[in-house]
Each structure stands twice: as C-alpha cells, then as structure tokens.
Design a binder for this molecule. Structure first.
Ligand SMILES: Cc1cc2nc3c(=O)[nH]c(=O)nc-3n(C[C@H](O)[C@H](O)[C@H](O)COP(=O)(O)O)c2cc1C
Length: 233
C-alpha cells in the first residue's frame, strides 16, 4: 500500500505576551509557502491583540489552514502521531514558557509544545519579557536543554529597517529559518546586505564620533508616526 503523502505542517501558537503583530506577520509570511499552518491562540493573546493593534483575531485565523481552540486538548496537534515540522510560539509569554519548561500541559499550547519536544521536533519560542529574573532565565535554560530554541524578537538594526513591519519581518524570518522555511523577505548579511557600509545605497550620514568611525544614522527612517504607518494602513 502506498503511504499517503503528508503535507508539511507547522504549528503556530500565539500567547498573551506583547507583540501580537509578530504573530500576524508570521501568518502573512507563511501564507505564500506550501505549509499547512495550524493556529492556536490563547485567550490572553486575543486580549493583547486588541489592546495593541486594530487587528481582529479573525484576521489571524483567516491566514491559517486549521484553527484550534486552546482548550481542545484532543486536537490533532496534541498527538505525536500527527506529523509536523514543529511549532513556533509567537510571541511567547513567560507563563507559557514556564509551563513548557516544567512539562505542564494543561492547555493545547503547552501540550502541543511538549509533544514537539518529546518527538524531538523543532520548537521555537519567541519569548518576550524584559527585564528578566533568574526564574525566567532558568526556564529558558530548561527549554534549551530539552531541545527547544529560545528566539526572542530582538530587532536587527544592521538591516537598516525603515518601519515596524521591516523590524518584525526580519525577526519572524530568522525564526522561520530555524524550520528551513525561507520567507523570501529576509535581507541576508553578505548576500542582500553588503558587509560594507553602502547597502541599500544608504551612505553614512557622516556624523563623526570623537574617537571612532562615522556614526551611521538611518536617514530615511519615516518621520511619520511609525505606529500609525504600521497599524493603520
Ligand atoms: C497588553 C499586555 C501585554 C502583555 N505583555 C506581556 C509580555 O510582554 N510578556 C509576558 O510574559 N506577559 C505579558 N502579558 C501578560 C500575559 O498576557 C499573561 O501572563 C497571560 O496570563 C499569558 O497567558 P498565555 O501564556 O496563556 O497567553 C501582557 C498582558 C497584556 C494585557
């Protein structure tokens, strides 16, 4: 008997940490790829989404192939026999990080993450909190020891981002790289980004620091409110 071909699947979990827009862009960047996206949002994620953006949960759900309820602990992604590339939690709250670190599997999000770890698949947590106390760091260390990857959404300024979307897309694309998924929107150092200070035809503004090379200031950062430009387009 011929084995049925399993589509490449990725679980995307959204929790209530700040940074709902990272989740939205993750789903947008995944949608042109041939990936079956399984979305699960916590109730805190729904609240943070409306607090931080003008987006609605339905807009995230529409971009997914399958939407699961966070309380459905019997969903497909709760079982290791359901094959996936792995799971990305974006953004990942300290609460969810702590649950995963301690094997507490009371919701579909923490259960699916636990399954990904036990099946030795890829788990990427875009943990967002600052500053961090020792307990947070211990949880990150535990998850790392179990094979997960802590991948906080930290801006990469070397890419000279022009707006919030570019900042977010860079972090999301780097996280998706960890699954071998190329969004096509990542400007890579040494490839699309010159290692010399002439990338994107942006010249150093030429402000001289007293004892070093010129300080490079991105001069074409939009002068309009970045928040407005990003969320109200
Ligand atoms: C607007 C807003 C922003 C928040 N930002 C963070 C954050 O950056 N990191 C974090 O760990 N929790 C943050 N929280 C708290 C979490 O939402 C809360 O701990 C929640 O219980 C997480 O549940 P979940 O992991 O099931 O989504 C925020 C809450 C709100 C309302």
């Amino acid at each position: 008997m011929m084995a049925a071909k399993t589509p490449a699947r990725l679980v995307v979990a959204v929790t209530g940490a700040s940074g709902s827009f990272y989740a939205y862009r993750t789903l947008q960047l995944l949608s042109p790829l041939e990936i079956e996206v399984h979305l699960v949002m916590s109730s805190a994620a729904r609240r943070t989404l409306v607090t931080e953006t003008d987006l609605r949960a339905e807009q995230l759900e529409e971009a997914a192939d399958v939407v699961h309820s966070a309380s459905d602990i019997g969903a497909s992604i709760a079982s290791g026999s359901f094959r996936t590339l792995g799971m990305m939690v974006v953004p990942c709250s300290i609460k969810t990080l702590s649950e995963i670190a301690n094997g507490i599997t009371g919701s579909l999000i923490s259960r699916a993450a636990d399954v990904v770890l036990k099946e030795r698949r890829r788990l990427v947590l875009m943990v967002r909190e600052t500053p961090l106390h020792a307990g947070h760091l211990r949880s990150m260390s535990s998850v790392t020891e179990m094979g997960g990857i802590i991948c906080p959404p930290v801006p990469a300024m070397y890419a000279r981002p022009r707006d919030i979307t570019e900042i977010v897309d860079h972090s999301v694309s780097r996280a998706l790289d960890l699954f071998g998924l190329d969004t096509g929107s990542l400007r890579r150092w040494g490839e699309d980004l010159d290692t010399l200070p002439s990338s994107r035809s942006r010249k150093p503004v030429g402000e001289q620091s007293p004892d070093g090379p010129p300080v490079r200031v991105p001069r074409d950062m939009p002068s309009t409110n970045l928040w407005e430009a990003t969320y109200r387009q």
